[in-house]
Design a protein around this ligand. Structure first.
Ligand code: FE
Length: 203
């Protein structure tokens, strides 16, 4: 089943309506397109992914919480207050030196909104959706992620039923950092599996 509201290659009804509304509001001078872009930018890069980063940082700091995430990501994530549409059926996949996890929606753009915000544009492109499955290692390389040949790559296809959150490996040199400082290292792309967390700045 794949019956969630998709944005595929052509405008669906909702997208068409939103676009029509935006056009009218802009023409009448009621909204500033730059302001709308700024709001979208905020949700894509700041508000949304910060929730996921808080989850990852807690998983890095608290082994019990990490176990809870492995066993029941829905409950563990809901316990932090991150609930809502497109986040009802969460599964957390933990990266290890042997296994790297990467998320795609091959059919459209399913994405865990409550923990990552709005999907980035590239996530919705036909190129990413097909190539992530066919040649994940090459795609990762384009994102600047080069994995050892011995690391197996699991590609998880999101659906209306299951949304994935990748828990990247905790970077070296982060001993003693608190959860807030750790969360600052967690990038959006690292939680899709298309990036690595930042390294702590050397003093
Ligand atoms: Fe989808």
């Amino acid at each position: 089943m794949h019956d969630d509201p998709h944005i595929d290659n052509e405008l669906d009804d909702m997208t068409a309506r939103v676009r029509a509304l935006e056009t009218i509001l802009v023409e009448k001078g009621l909204v500033d397109p730059a302001a709308v872009d700024a709001i979208i930018e905020t949700y894509e890069h700041k508000v949304g992914p910060r929730n996921g980063a808080a989850i990852v940082a807690r998983a890095w700091s608290e082994p019990d919480f990490a176990d809870w995430l492995r066993e029941d990501a829905n409950e563990a994530i809901a316990s932090m207050g991150f609930v809502g549409r497109q986040g009802e059926h969460m599964v957390a996949r933990f990266n290890t030196p042997d296994e790297h996890n990467m998320v795609v929606c091959t059919l459209c753009s399913c994405y865990p909104w409550p923990v990552l915000g709005l999907p980035p544009t590239w996530y919705k492109t036909p190129a990413y959706r097909s190539r992530a499955v066919r040649e994940p290692r090459a795609v990762l390389k384009e994102f600047g992620v080069t994995l050892p040949e011995t690391t197996h790559i699991n590609v998880w296809d999101s659906t209306a039923e299951i949304r994935y959150l990748v828990i990247p490996e905790r970077p070296e040199g982060t001993q003693g950092m608190d959860a807030a400082a750790l969360a600052d290292l967690v990038t959006r792309d690292s939680m899709i599996g298309c990036g690595q967390p930042l390294r702590p700045e050397t003093p």
